[in-house]
Design a protein. Structure first.
Length: 269
């Protein structure tokens, strides 16, 4: 699931493969960049901001540019050695290929691909809240932004990247379970917003540097989550069947016993 930790990991993979290298050829397979040629450009660094990936480049005329992409639910970058077979995804999903003397970076099913001057990155990511895995992480500011919308459900608020950047559906469900809060609870009724924000940051940070996302501490298949993806399976705490329901535009998983329901919480599932 491409959430903040996955994008952070992806940025590090690209940085190790390309940082300091000169691009020998580029192949963009999206209309807005179809004629763009990055040959001769140098990769300065690869960074992440929430769920956004920023590949910062140095053009031959000394101008600095950023290749921006968003992974959403299904995007991915892979780095291969020259001559290595590309096995990441089907070829028809390739959106960009960047070649350098030591590596080939291939982007699959990427979204919102844009090339902008680095000085204008804020036009793309300036609206985001504090980045849970960023060097400028500010827990107090994240709490303030959440609290500014007391009537919004906490499930929707955690997914709003303008509040805090990096939480996706998996971490939303797991954090709410661990805090014992129903996803339909209004933000203003959540008893400990700072504690919830701190837990979200700890979970993402704990999974940074590995591809298996776990909130339980186990890395074994089928044991990595408490509620996410476990509809109708027994709660690991109380044995009650985990429920699944739509919340906004996303589904949510929760335990009706460990996360007490409010009167307006759906009871189907």
């Amino acid at each position: 699931m491409p959430e903040g930790d996955t994008v952070w990991n992806t940025a590090r993979v690209l940085h190790r493969a390309l940082a300091g290298a000169r691009i020998t050829s580029s192949d963009f397979r999206v209309p807005q960049l179809a004629t763009t040629d990055l040959s001769g450009w140098t990769v300065r660094e690869s960074a992440s901001r929430g769920k956004h990936l920023l590949l910062r480049l140095h053009a031959p005329n000394d101008a600095r540019w950023t290749l921006h992409s968003h992974l959403r639910m299904d995007g991915a970058w892979r780095a291969y050695a020259p001559g290595e077979r590309w096995t990441g995804r089907p070829a028809h999903l390739i959106r960009v290929v960047l070649r350098s003397p030591g590596a080939v970076a291939v982007g699959y099913h990427l979204h919102e691909m844009t090339l902008v001057p680095t000085a204008e990155e804020d036009q793309l990511v300036g609206h985001l809240g504090p980045d849970l895995l960023g060097p400028d992480w500010d827990a107090a500011e994240a709490v303030r932004r959440l609290a500014d919308h007391p009537e919004q459900t906490i499930g929707e608020a955690l997914l709003d990247q303008r509040n805090l950047a990096g939480v996706g559906n998996l971490y939303k469900c797991e954090v709410l379970f661990l805090r014992g809060v129903s996803p339909w609870t209004p933000v203003g009724a959540v008893p400990d917003l700072p504690g919830m924000v701190a837990l979200a940051q700890r979970l993402l940070a704990a999974n940074r540097g590995r591809w298996t996302q776990s909130s339980t501490g186990s890395l074994y298949r089928g044991q990595t989550s408490y509620v996410y993806g476990r509809r109708a399976q027994p709660c690991r705490r109380c044995g009650t069947a985990i429920r699944k329901e739509e919340l906004g535009e996303r589904v949510t998983y929760w335990c009706p016993v460990c996360q007490p329901e409010h009167s307006d919480t759906p009871v189907s599932g």
